[in-house]
Design a protein around this ligand. Structure first.
Ligand code: GUN
Ligand code: FE
Length: 426
């Protein structure tokens, strides 16, 4: 044992055992070595005796949360301009704001606020869209690297059906900019990885998708995009890609739909059965974004069905479709939306449970990053110590009650301490 690289955290420790069950040890010890969890123990094993304890007795310690889908440049307008559906909202709110990131000074200012808030949030990992601008994307990556969080960041590709002020000149120009960005950023960061990010099918020509497919193969990149989010968008894809059997097929034709390409598809609200089958077959990760789906009136994804099939599902804030950074809030939203769906939709899908929501926000999304989202041996030591001082209770609560209360009540930054891969951020 290398004592320098070993940590012991003491507190009320809780993580997902599986999607239906919590594992909790009150007054326990979380031992981490070289950035990985060794385990959670009710009393400290002798070989770790003598190490300095990081003593958070009485506080809840859970794995850091994972945001599988967020737009960093949209953080500046979260919480307003919310009365439109997706396509109108993109044109009137998202695109004009993203255009500002052509200005490096604006990007520095805006991304500094975003990264500061993300660092203070309960989330330790995130898959992030920037804009199409390479200099601003590098500013974001530099700030994230300094934050100590583990992230994937994508320069966005978009070469059609966008306003002139936010549209790449051609498929070739978009691919060239992406290659230049990759040359400069691959290997330059310890904690930030590039991820291929075609915005969505309406904004990416076939020529661009073909070039991105070549780039993906050359650099073996993971990829993220949007899928079957909103009825208006889906009807448009049907017009734009009449040869595709369904929306996901328009990615799949270019080899950009899971399989050997680790892929996140955000939303998946209105997938037809063949699309769900292909998502499952290819191991595509679904980023469920309930708050955004509510705000933009996209609908309620059939998450119960995804979970029951054992599909890969995590949670996304989808800032600024969603307004809240904390994935605890996404857990509450996922439960509530599933309850409304259960009341209103005729297909009889049961609501999801608190355990399932917690699973999606930790292990479910964490799996995209490797062994992440649990305190089981060998998992990355991402942990947060929670601040319950603002929600005092007149009686003693169980660990599960405290966690559930945190999911429903906590603000975006109610975190006392944060660890990522065993590194203490604060
Ligand atoms: N589809 C394409 N772009 C976007 C975006 O910025 N936000 C959301 N929610 N959906 C999209
Ligand atoms: Fe999105």
């Amino acid at each position: 044992m290398d004592r320098q690289n070993t940590r012991v955290l003491k507190g009320d420790i809780c993580c997902s055992a599986d999607k239906n069950k919590l594992a909790a040890v009150r007054d326990g010890y979380l031992v981490c070595e070289d950035g990985l969890c060794v385990g959670v123990f009710p009393s400290l094993p002798e070989r770790y005796g003598g190490l300095e304890l990081e003593d958070y007795s009485g506080s809840l310690i859970v794995p850091g949360l994972v945001d599988l889908h967020i737009h960093a440049p949209q953080y500046a307008f979260r919480g307003f301009q919310m009365d439109l559906e997706l396509l109108d909202w993109l044109n009137s709110s998202a695109f004009p704001e993203e255009a500002r990131y052509a200005d490096a000074e604006y990007a520095e200012r805006a991304y500094s606020i975003f990264v500061r808030d993300l660092r203070n949030s309960p989330n330790t990992r995130a898959c992030i869209f920037s804009t199409l601008h390479v200099p601003a994307t590098k500013i974001l990556m530099n700030l994230l690297e300094d934050s100590g969080l583990e992230t994937m960041v994508g320069k966005v590709n978009m070469d059609r059906n966008c306003p002139d002020y936010l549209c790449e000149a051609s498929a070739g120009a978009s691919a060239e900019a992406t290659a230049a960005w990759l040359e400069e950023s691959l290997g330059s960061y310890a904690h930030v990885r590039p991820i291929l990010t075609p915005r969505f099918i309406p904004a990416c020509s076939d020529g661009l998708m073909e070039l991105l497919s070549q780039i993906q193969k050359k650099w073996r990149l993971p990829m993220q995009s949007h899928l079957s989010e909103n009825p208006g968008e889906i009807a448009w894809v049907r017009e734009l890609a009449p040869q595709s059997r369904f929306y996901g097929d328009a990615y799949d034709r270019f080899g950009l739909f899971g399989g050997d390409v680790p892929t996140i598809m955000a939303h998946c609200v209105h997938c037809p059965p063949e699309e769900i089958d292909l998502i499952e077959k290819r191991g595509v990760y679904i980023a469920h974004c309930p708050q955004s789906n509510t705000n933009l009136m996209s609908g309620a994804a059939p998450v119960r069905a995804f979970l029951d099939r054992g599909m890969r599902v995590g949670l996304g804030s989808d800032i600024a479709g969603g307004a809240s950074l904390s994935i605890f809030r996404a857990m509450a939203d996922a439960i509530q939306v599933s309850k409304l769906r259960s009341c209103l939709a005729p297909d009889g899908l049961r609501p999801i449970t608190m355990e399932e929501a917690f699973f999606m926000g930790t292990r479910g999304g964490g799996a995209f990053f490797g062994k992440v989202g649990s305190f089981e041996p060998g998992f990355e030591a991402d942990a947060i110590v929670l601040d319950e001082s603002r929600i005092p209770s007149p009686r003693e609560l169980t660990v599960k009650e405290r966690l559930e209360r945190f999911i429903y009540l906590s603000g975006d930054d109610w975190v006392l301490h944060k660890y990522v891969s065993g590194r203490r951020l604060f």
